[in-house]
Each structure stands twice: as C-alpha cells, then as structure tokens.
Design a protein around this ligand. Sequence first.
Ligand SMILES: [Zn+2]
Length: 257
Amino acid sequence: MTKMSRYILVCLLLLTWSSVVFAAQPALVQISTIDALLGGMYDGVTTIGDLKQHGDLGIGTFDGLDGEMVVVDGQVFRVPADGHVMPVSDNETTPFASVTRFAPTRHLSLEQGTDLAAFTAQMDKIMGSPNLFCAFKVEGLFKHVRTRSVPKQNKPYPPLVEVVKHQPVFEMDNVRGVLVGFYCPPFVKGVNVPGYHLHFLSADQQQGGHVLAFDVEQATVALQPLHRFTLLLPQGGDFSTMDLERDRGAELEKVEK
Ligand SMILES: [Zn+2]
C-alpha cells in the first residue's frame, strides 16, 4: 500500500467512525418554533407519518391547533378540546412538535406526594446541568392530574395567547397513566419552551392533555439526557413571511401555565 492510499484509508475510517458516533447519539427533533406557534402558525407542515420517523416519544399539536399531541411508545394520540382522546392517523399533519427516540439511561421511583414543583426540583438535581436537553417518561398512579387542551382554530388564526383564554381544563383523580415530555435549556427561548413541558395520557387512553399540575401516588421516571437538537423549519404555512423578531416570552408564560 502506498503512503497516499494508507492516508486515504485512515481518513475514510475516521469519517465512518465519526458519522457512526454522532448518528448513535439520540436527538430532540423539533418541527417549527414555539414563537411561530405563539404567533398563530397553526397550519400543519409535517405529516404524523414523517414525525414518527424521528421519534417514538414526544409532544406537540395538530393542524389548526386541533388538540394536544401525546406520543407514547411510537403511537400518536390527540387530546381534543372535548376531551375525547383518539389515536391519530399518519396522514394528519402537525405545525409544531418535539420527539425523540426514547432510550432512557436512568430510572428512579418518585415519592408519594411528588407534585410538579417537587418533580422539577428533583430532576434539576439529577440532570446536573441546565444546559442539556432531557426526555422524560413518568409512569404510574397519580392522585391527581390537571391538564388542558386547545380548541381547533379557523383562519384567520388568532395568536395562541388569545386561544388559551378559552382553554378547557380537565381534572383527573386517582388516574393511572404516563407523563411524557422534555426539559429544554434556557438558550432555546423563542425556539422551544425553556424548562419542563409535559403532556399526559391515561393508561386507558381516554384522557390526557398539556400538564398544568400533578400529584404522584406511585410512579417511576425514566429519563434520557439529549446532546443533539435538530430543528426542522416549515416549508409551508405562513412561516417564511411571519414576524419572528418580537419577544414573545411574556405570552409563552401565559400560554404554558
Ligand atoms: Zn403542551
């Protein structure tokens, strides 16, 4: 083998190695940005079939803001404003979603009485760094879960902060189910939701929504830190023409809580 061909071989091996290493790292894959959603970009831009190619656990919404999305074990569910949870077909679309291929690296049980504040404080400590992403799946029996959904919108779409003034809230007592979602670092402001964002699906797949509060009876949490973040920007809807310059931090605060 000549010196040159040996050099090329080493380069090729390094290239292969690095692509294998990076491809193996799980990513949070996101469709569109939170500020686009806050601004009323509710047109579905990615099919549920395509979204499922990127992950099997996650959260989001649907075309026209038609309910809350919960992705559990590769199945996609809609929690609509009327509360009747339904599985979603692959040809429906989403304007905003975050998913990952969930392969948890840590499991622990939560103490009875753990609420949302106690959960986030405990996870803050376990994650160790506020600067990475993390995926969560909390499974078990809950003394109480409070969720909300959003009603389907028609054009011209109002901003999200207007929509949530009329959001239905669901209260569930002694309910078995799963919370799924993500922690996102502060630097995603404008792109995703900094902090914790969880959606709920009951074990009987009849109830769920965007989580506002919960209280654990007996549950375990599985988590997976994520070092990669893939943002897929819409090629359709109003994304390319809308004003994404203004700070919607105050609106996000009202919308999430
Ligand atoms: Zn949500």
